[in-house]
Design a protein around this ligand. Structure first.
Ligand code: HEC
Length: 173
């Protein structure tokens, strides 16, 4: 009995200490503070597991057609993905280096995520990171599948092709 009372008291003290730490402003929300390795590890595992479980939509039959890839490049440029992630021949904007976690180079992501996973991430975004939900930003499912098809092809897209495909594109307002 006594033992249980001690455990209960310790739990209350620990709860109060946490409340003071977080609500008293001692925890730093600065984007400059490095996460402990265990937090980065956990966030990465949670992200991968969550995307795997949620990404269930089937790609349309036209997924990967040359015309869709080009539509995707246009939508990618107009929705401003290149600002954070860069594109063939396009460097990301300087501010994206201040994002934490940082936006990955999609050349490296293209082979790791399946078409449904890319669709899900682009449509829903990644909570509490700089990755926006483009569903909320007004992209249609068609546009998002096209963007996913383009992302798959980023490693093989030449700088010249990307430039030609996106020459007339205006940023979405
Ligand atoms: C404002 C900056 C920003 C913009 C604009 C942006 N992203 Fe991201 N994106 C991020 C960040 C930051 C992450 C990393 C999130 C993380 O580590 O959990 C990310 C992650 C991703 C991932 C997931 C990578 C993975 O390994 O799971 C994909 C795919 C992606 N973005 C594609 C896009 C596409 C396509 C667009 C445009 C439609 C876009 N992003 C626009 C910041 C951005």
């Amino acid at each position: 009995m006594r033992f249980l009372a001690v455990i209960g008291a310790l739990a209350i003290v620990a709860g109060l200490a946490c409340a003071v730490f977080f609500f008293g402003g001692f925890y730093s929300v600065a984007g400059t503070s490095e996460d402990p390795a265990a937090v980065t590890w956990a966030l990465t595992k949670v992200r991968i597991a969550s995307i795997e479980r949620h990404a269930n939509d089937k790609p349309p039959a036209s997924f990967g057609d040359a015309a869709k890839v080009q539509d995707g490049a246009k939508a990618y440029a107009s929705f401003g993905c290149a600002n954070c992630h860069g594109a063939p021949g396009v460097k990301w904007l300087k501010y994206s280096e201040g994002l934490h976690p940082d936006p990955p180079d999609l050349k490296e992501v293209a082979g790791k995520l399946s078409p449904p996973q890319l669709f899900w991430v682009i449509k829903n975004g990644i909570n509490m990171t700089g990755m926006p939900s483009f569903g909320l930003a007004g992209a249609t499912d068609d546009e998002i599948w096209a963007i996913a098809a383009f992302v798959k092809k980023i490693p093989e897209t030449s700088e010249a092709d990307y430039k030609t495909w996106t020459a007339a594109v205006q940023p979405k307002q």
